[in-house]
Design a protein around this ligand. Sequence first.
Ligand SMILES: *Cc1c(COP(=O)(O)O)cnc(C)c1O
Length: 342
Amino acid sequence: MKVIDLRSDTVTKPTQQMKQVMLEAEVGDDVFGEDLVTNKFQAKMATLFGMEAGLYVPSGTMSNQLALKVLTQPSNEVLIESKGHILQYETGGASSLSSVQLFPLQGYSGKLSSEQISPAVRGVYDWEPETKVVCIEHSTNKGGGTVYSLDELRSIKQECERHNLYVHVDGARIWNALVATGQKPHDIGQIADTLSICFSKGLGAPVGSMLLSSTNNIAKARRFRKMWGGGMRQIGLLTAAADYAVEHHWPKLALDHEHAKTFAQTIAETSAFQIDLDSVQTNIVLFDTGDRTAIEVLEIFGQHGIKMVPFGPSTVRATFHFQIEEADVNRLLEVTRHCFNT
Ligand SMILES: *Cc1c(COP(=O)(O)O)cnc(C)c1O
């Protein structure tokens, strides 16, 4: 029985074609700036999003942390929605690496609204921290894969400009967000001072993220990447895979979104569970496990070869990706109906 692994969209494995591209990549030493595949790919991504420059990094965490490093001074404050990845899942890095404090705002489904920014800005009095950055996730992770409309993004940008704040977009799943909304990469480049994009989530590359920003910020980030041990050598192997993923897997994400919606619909029709169908906007499904704990529910799914992750005492997350196929989805629906209808 094939294991249906919905724990994350990071569990995909490189395809045969992707491995072929990796084998054929002509590599050089990237610390010397001589890995031409990487140089070309960084420029290509920067152009795609309408930013000046890009820096390939090992992880989305490093990319986010580098963004805060180049945008802030120690003691600054960074506004973020309370479910934000930078706050929840980056081992307290912002306080350690950049000596800044994160101020969580309670939004909706992991999203901030522009009205929340103005009242939260501080720095007038000398006992206040100085607010410098607003971080937003597009799409959200702990927020359940929700996306911002272009209007929402633009009004956040407007508020930030009014208060001289930088906007950092954590676009670990920007590819999903673009597919779901029809927004153009340039739209995001216009609102972001720094933008982090990932290739190892739904796109299915084995490794890597990229920070996009101004030439100046990227030059600074490059120094800190080296300081933090992220200077890499013949990474054309990896950037070739990432490039392949953008070209060949980006267009496939719409299907993942369909699968997520189909599953969410079945969850809604299942007596044991509750779900907010409006929040299912991309490849992530969060649902409430009702009278059972998340762990109990996961054990039952597990007995049928289906893996998901707990996202709270009674919350489960399922994440769809291109290596979940039609037959897998059908089995998932059958198991859900069979095991959880009273
Ligand atoms: C996964 C993720 C990251 C971090 O990526 P890693 O490569 O695992 O460090 C950052 N932000 C969001 C929203 C994510 O989902």
